[in-house]
Design a protein around this ligand. Sequence first.
Ligand code: SF4
Ligand code: SF4
Length: 406
Amino acid sequence: MSTSPSVTRISGLERVKDQLTRCIACTECYGRGPHLPFADGGGVVPNWICPILDQFKFISYSGRSQQYMARLVAYGHAEPDESMAKVFYTCTTCGICDSICPRPLADTVCAMREEIRSNYASLYPGALMTRESNIRDKKNFFGASPEARDRWSEGLDVPMKADILYFAGCYASYRQPEAARAVVKLIRAAGQEVATVGAEEWCCGQPAALAGNWQLIEEMSLHNVEKIKASGAKRVVFSCPECYRAFKVDYPNIVGELPFEVAHVSELYGEWIRAGKLKLTQEMQQTVTYHDPCFLVRQSLGRRQDVSEPPRSAISAVPGVKFQDMDLNRRFAYCCGAGGGVSGDVYPEAAAWFAAKRSTQAAEVATQLITACPRCYEQLSQGARAEGLSLQVSDISEFLAVAAGL
Ligand code: SF4
Ligand code: SF4
């Protein structure tokens, strides 16, 4: 593995400049359905809405306006100020608009954040500076001790070499160790061995890339791929959709084709349950719903992900479970507000508004809400608590581990 990126990347608005003149003002990126009377889909297409437009109810927050503002800056007709920066830092980069419009909308947001970071430093949020130094100096999102990274696996005797390697990510490693332990137990229950790279795992770098620092994701990717390659793993699995997206979409653009497959753990669970390798034996008499993490059902940069059926089929296979989808699901799922940690860190009150709305939607149809993302788990748990909802929020691996009697 080379120690430098295989491709030199153009940074900032220059990267998307020629796309910025192509918005045709069709307003599709606003959303559809009863939320927006002026964009009524007439029931022909599913309802969906841009979350920040939903919250702030001001057209400046739409994908279309972001394109327009980025165009003004890219062609030297305006400079960003605080109100313009707010649009680009409250956007959750959920990618709904991006999956509707042929223009690279979410990437425009990242490009503008790069532009602000490089050329308008006084507008770059302090919370993101702290995040950068945490990732650069401690190799994790939280600035926690790098040596403590693999403490979650204590007592599990996880080896360093196996065909399947689990990349736990910062959130599960430091904040949700039980969820990481559940992944290992489920993989073993399906008759497979699983390895990790232990404390040699570094942040995937995606949170830095989303904040506008591409150089850090390059550094993280070179290290992580090198360590995983040395383990000989054929398949690398993720419980964090953000790490999954980093490896699936961004790492190949940095290091070239990866020498292993990548998958989200929910894809494995679905596959193993169908094949009878993973047996769910414990009855759970509950009405359960599922929240689709943005990075499992949408992607930017022209690659679309659709990991929406495997988690649903795994949850539905639990004896006694009655599965019920909530409004705005799969490709059109409403964002929990975490926004790759950018909008959540910089505008926590805006993020809390999304979490309250999404957890309320879940409580309307179910008593238990499952998600397959550690950030969504944290956001939605907080949302349910803040709203006083009788809704239990669970991580999919922990939920299935209980169902498997582990
Ligand atoms: S950004 Fe895309 S979807 Fe939105 S108005 Fe422009 S062309 Fe239409
Ligand atoms: S990425 Fe999501 S929050 Fe941002 S403009 Fe598009 S739909 Fe709205």
